[in-house]
Ligand binder design. Structure first.
Ligand SMILES: NC(=O)N[C@@H](CC(=O)O)C(=O)O
Ligand SMILES: [Zn+2]
Ligand SMILES: [Zn+2]
Length: 346
């Protein structure tokens, strides 16, 4: 049995840091564990210009604990009428690492998102030329499509076509939740990859309704049936470089979650690595954790691997029931539970 693991410092390829006080409250949970993170642009207003990306990066860096060496990688938010020049400028100025497709109204702060994929074809063309990745929240939004089918339908209706029409475009299918998504990613070329969250590896849809409604297990894409969770676990721990770490840590204040219309999002940043270690341990695949957490992501993005290391030990970590922030509380993933792994710096 492995009780101690030293791995390259991981990166988080899907993070919501928010802004203002919330940013200051949450950023160091991510910066403490990860070397770099892909910063999602779904602020109000969204990050749609190079200047906004630069300013947001400055605000993040100002909020990071000075003892930490953390690099935020910025993402532009695609809208129906975005000028393709923003792609080239954002890349040339070293501001944007990727651009994000939110289908309009698919998730938190996506109302300014894309209403029809054809509207951004000129932008996708430019992205393919510039070799800058497209990150995708992959769900259709029509009210006649069941919420549990929205990811699979997105592959059929949108993503399959985009992959065909832009064969050289790098695409990350974010936070995948279905066996259909796993199969799709495996069936495509090396320019298509996916991120997998710790929570989708751990919960199925029962967790949202266990003995009553559980708003802290509600996120988008919504957790699916057990068969899908098992497919995700197999993909993540398989050693395939098409699947890598992206927590989708998505903090919302407790009052925004415990509400008549509660927000989607799970705050998993405080113990993200310990959470992934739990899954890889249960799947007898701890030897595959470093590839998933620290190697496949940077290779896909064409970035160097981190040089420094972290240590994971089989030692209990107590997750608090709730975290006090400046103005509110937040309930973390695994609240009140004990995890069997503890992370520290090498
Ligand atoms: N995952 C979520 O449930 N919520 C995210 C948005 C997203 O990643 O879709 C958020 O910004 O709160
Ligand atoms: Zn999303
Ligand atoms: Zn997200």
């Amino acid at each position: 049995m492995t009780d101690r693991l030293v791995i390259r410092r991981p990166d988080d390829w899907h993070v919501h840091l928010r802004d203002g006080q919330m940013l200051a409250d949450v950023v160091n949970f991510t910066a403490r564990q990860f070397g770099r993170a892909i910063i999602m642009p779904n602020l109000t207003p969204p990050v749609t210009t190079v200047q906004m990306g630069k300013d947001y990066r400055d605000r993040i860096l100002a909020a990071v604990d000075k003892s930490l060496n953390f690099q935020p990688l910025m993402v532009g938010y695609l809208t129906d009428n975005m000028n393709p020049d923003i792609v080239s400028e954002g890349k040339d100025q070293g501001i944007f690492t990727a651009f994000k497709l939110y289908p309009a109204n698919a998730t938190t702060n996506s109302s300014a998102g894309v209403t029809d994929i054809k509207k951004i074809y000129p932008v996708l063309e430019r992205m393919a030329q510039c070799q800058i990745p497209l990150l995708v929240h992959g769900e259709v939004t029509h009210s006649d499509v069941d919420i549990f089918d929205r990811e699979a339908r997105f592959i059929e209706d949108v993503l399959g076509k985009v992959v065909q029409d832009f064969p050289n475009l790098k695409i990350v299918f974010e936070h995948i939740t279905t066996k259909e998504a796993v199969e799709f990613v495996l069936s495509t070329g090396s320019n298509i990859a996916a991120t997998i969250t710790p929570h989708h590896l751990e919960i199925n849809r029962n967790a949202i309704f266990q003995g009553g409604i559980r708003p802290h297990n509600y996120c988008l894409p919504i957790a699916k049936r057990e068969v899908h969770r098992l497919a995700l676990r197999k993909a993540a721990t398989s050693g395939s470089d098409k699947f890598f770490l992206g927590t989708d840590t998505a903090p919302h204040a407790i009052e925004a979650k415990e509400s008549a219309c509660g927000c989607a999002g799970i705050f998993n940043a405080p113990h993200a690595i310990e959470s992934y270690a739990k899954t890889f341990d249960e799947e007898n695949s701890l030897d595959k954790l470093e590839g998933f957490a620290s190697e496949y992501g940077p290779r896909f993005y064409g970035l160097p691997l981190n040089e420094d290391k972290i240590i994971l030990e089989r030692k209990e970590t107590q997750v608090p029931d709730s975290l006090s922030l400046a103005d509110t509380h937040i309930i973390p993933f695994h609240a009140g539970k004990t995890l069997q792994w503890t992370v520290s710096n090498a």
